[in-house]
Design a protein around this ligand. Structure first.
Ligand SMILES: *[C@@H]1O[C@H](CO)[C@@H](O)[C@H](O)[C@H]1NC(C)=O
Ligand SMILES: *[C@@H]1O[C@H](CO)[C@@H](O)[C@H](O)[C@H]1NC(C)=O
Ligand SMILES: *[C@@H]1O[C@H](CO)[C@@H](O)[C@H](O)[C@H]1NC(C)=O
Ligand SMILES: *[C@@H]1O[C@H](CO)[C@@H](O)[C@H](O)[C@H]1NC(C)=O
Ligand SMILES: *[C@@H]1O[C@H](CO)[C@@H](O)[C@H](O)[C@H]1NC(C)=O
Length: 576
């Protein structure tokens, strides 16, 4: 049984969940309760339509082909665009079932959760001749198992028959051990590919991506904390530190690199494909494990993104060496960024980018994979929409942070488009071309792990009110436990300590306000007086609320001071 976190850790959105939950449950009836009930029911139906068809036509293979009602063993294909070296006789690892576990728990389907846990406990093996992508296997399989293990053993007693003896953790540990040889390189940066049975293959490709070697720490770190074996966390941390050491003087990273030489291959990068979850994991790993080092990395990296990639509400790519813009493209993966911004309280910036993504969604009916901002046209070959979750994810975070009912409408619109364009008798199908809405015979596992989950949580967050979680980049929840924290980092000290600190160190500008505001509003120098970084609330109290305005920092789009509301959370709606 894992103890729940009782405070110390701050997520703006959790503050607001708690606040609004108390407000709505004690004083007034939520005027949107009926809509939320109707919509969460609709999303529940979507999940079961996807899940039931997978179980009928594809399980225990990896993913469902909803048009032909058959299966694909896609774990070995993920990231492997050329489909090279695919083994014969690989029959799948029940990938979609593993990915569905945490969603089943959130939907409260304990009997099905238990059935799935039992099946996997008895039948899943990683002793297979399969060359898999380290990143994909980590976020989908390891993350799915670790999260489900925690949910299986938490205080809600989901497993009624009492036969669970940490089998998912045993599986996760076995998988973790099979992934470790990938890290055995001169640089500590892991290979992108590893064979689960035989380890790193001869003449293996040495190219990997920033996200591929920089977003392993949540799952590997959680595995270390659960098993007591520090090797997983160390390997992931070593890789992350090495990657960070390769940043340019502008604090930018590239997109692809060589794990043997530690040299960059592609110097241009942005916040989308190949990089996205690197940023996400710096912040989330700091929240989960409390390492000050990670927070510092995140702050520098975030500043550099806002400074060099951002153009109004859009983000383009830039060359890491010069900071010069390279590609002016919107990619659908970038839509996760506003959600990340909510976690650090940069709500107005999140809101403005999220709106633009939603306008693009409305224009096409779904989000196209890539849109050329400079030519105002779709990318000629990347016109697809594979049921991606990122816009729903950001919508969920923004609704938690603001409770603005507009986000419920966005969610409803996403649900309606998905049902209208992608629902078929055999499940949900990806869209091959958003201009024709031609379908593709593939239901990705992340549709169950993420898309359905975030849409459901948007309308029904009852799962969240009793615990603090971070969601991995694949949407698997990990609880925030004080026992997983190294120590209380500086940023999380009580407010009265902040005052003492300020006397010792002369007032300094917020790292974020310094870097972000001047690019937008040059004459906002008075804001430099603020001590705190943008919206990172120092707090050692159980309710995670701000006490004074200075806890709230600066809003990075308007460059205005954020204020602490009487309810105890930061906002920009009371501008000075
Ligand atoms: C996969 O399935 C095929 C056909 O049922 C079978 O011959 C083969 O042994 C299976 N492979 C493994 C690794 O179980
Ligand atoms: C749980 O999932 C199973 C399998 O999809 C389904 O038959 C059952 O109705 C679900 N139970 C609840 C309470 O939703
Ligand atoms: C394991 O798989 C076999 C074959 O599919 C099945 O008969 C058995 O019931 C499974 N075990 C559990 C616990 O579901
Ligand atoms: C989000 O943007 C819209 C349109 O600019 C604005 O009306 C709304 O107040 C904003 N919400 C927040 C929380 O910033
Ligand atoms: C400062 O905070 C600490 C820890 O929360 C508390 O014990 C102490 O009484 C506070 N001091 C003042 C002057 O408020």
């Amino acid at each position: 049984m894992s103890p729940r976190s009782r405070g110390t850790w701050v997520l703006l959105f959790l503050v607001i969940i708690a606040t609004l939950y108390v407000e709505t449950s004690s004083s007034k009836v939520d005027p949107f309760a009926a809509k939320k009930k109707r919509m969460s029911e609709k999303v529940r139906q979507m999940f079961y339509h996807a899940y039931g068809n997978y179980m009928t036509y594809a399980f225990p293979h990896d993913e469902l082909k909803p048009l032909t009602k058959t299966f694909t063993d896609s774990l070995i294909e993920l990231g492997n665009l050329r489909l090279e070296r695919l083994p014969q006789g690989y029959n799948g690892s029940a990938l979609t079932l593993i990915e569905s576990l945490s969603s089943l728990a959130i939907l409260g389907n304990d009997t099905e959760f238990e059935r799935a846990v039992n099946w996997l406990s008895e039948n899943l093996t990683f002793d297979v001749d399969a060359r898999i992508n380290l990143f994909e296997c980590n976020i989908r399989v390891l993350g799915g198992l670790v999260s489900a293990h925690i949910l299986a053993t938490d205080s809600t007693n989901r497993l009624t028959r009492g036969t669970y003896q940490n089998q998912l953790l045993v599986l996760a540990e076995e998988l973790g051990q099979r992934l470790l040889p990938a890290f055995d390189t001169p640089t500590g940066l892991p290979y992108a590919w590893i064979n689960l049975k035989y380890g790193v293959m001869e003449n293996e490709i040495t190219e990997t991506s920033t996200s591929g070697c920089g977003s392993l720490i949540l799952e590997m770190g959680a595995l270390s904390h659960l098993t007591g074996d520090p090797r997983f966390e160390s390997a992931a941390l070593r890789a992350l530190r090495k990657l960070w050491s390769m940043r340019s003087s502008l604090n930018l990273l590239g997109t692809t690199l060589d794990v043997e030489t530690g040299e960059w291959i592609e110097y241009s990068s942005g916040i989308g494909a190949g990089v996205d979850s690197f940023y996400e994991y710096l912040l989330k790993a700091h929240i989960l494990f409390g390492r000050e080092e990670l927070w510092k990395m995140f702050q520098s990296a975030y500043q550099a993104v806002q400074k060099y990639f951002r153009h109004g509400p859009w983000y383009h790519e830039a060359d890491m060496r010069t900071g010069r813009a390279t590609y002016w493209q919107l990619t659908s993966l970038q839509a996760f960024w506003p959600g990340l911004q909510v976690l650090i309280g940069d709500v107005a910036a999140a809101n403005s980018s999220h709106r633009e993504f939603f306008y693009v969604w409305q224009k096409f009916g779904v989000l196209p994979e890539r849109y050329l901002l400079d030519h105002h046209m779709l990318h000629p070959t990347e016109k697809y929409y594979p049921l991606r979750p990122e816009l729903a994810e950001s919508t969920f975070y923004l609704y938690q942070a603001t409770k603005d009912p507009w986000y419920l409408e966005v969610g409803e619109s996403i649900v309606d488009s998905l049902n209208f364009h992608t629902r078929v008798e055999g499940g949900f199908a990806s869209i091959r071309d958003v201009t024709t809405m031609e379908l593709e015979d593939h239901q990705h596992s992340f549709f169950l792990a993420e898309t359905c989950k975030y849409l459901y949580l948007l309308f029904d967050d009852s799962f969240l009110v009793n615990g603090n979680y971070v969601f991995t980049t694949e949407g698997h929840p990990l609880p925030i436990l004080s026992s997983w924290h190294e120590r209380l980092p500086e940023a999380y000290i009580p407010s009265n300590w902040t005052v003492v600190q300020r006397e010792k160190h002369p007032r300094r500008a917020s790292a974020m306000s310094l870097q972000i505001c001047p690019a937008i509003i040059p004459n906002c120098r008075h804001n430099y007086q603020l001590l705190e970084s943008a919206c990172h609330i120092p707090d050692a109290r159980a309710d995670h609320r701000c006490l004074v305005d200075e806890d709230c920092g600066v809003d990075s789009t308007s460059c205005r001071r954020r204020l602490c509301s009487s309810a105890g959370y930061c906002g920009i709606w009371q501008l000075i």
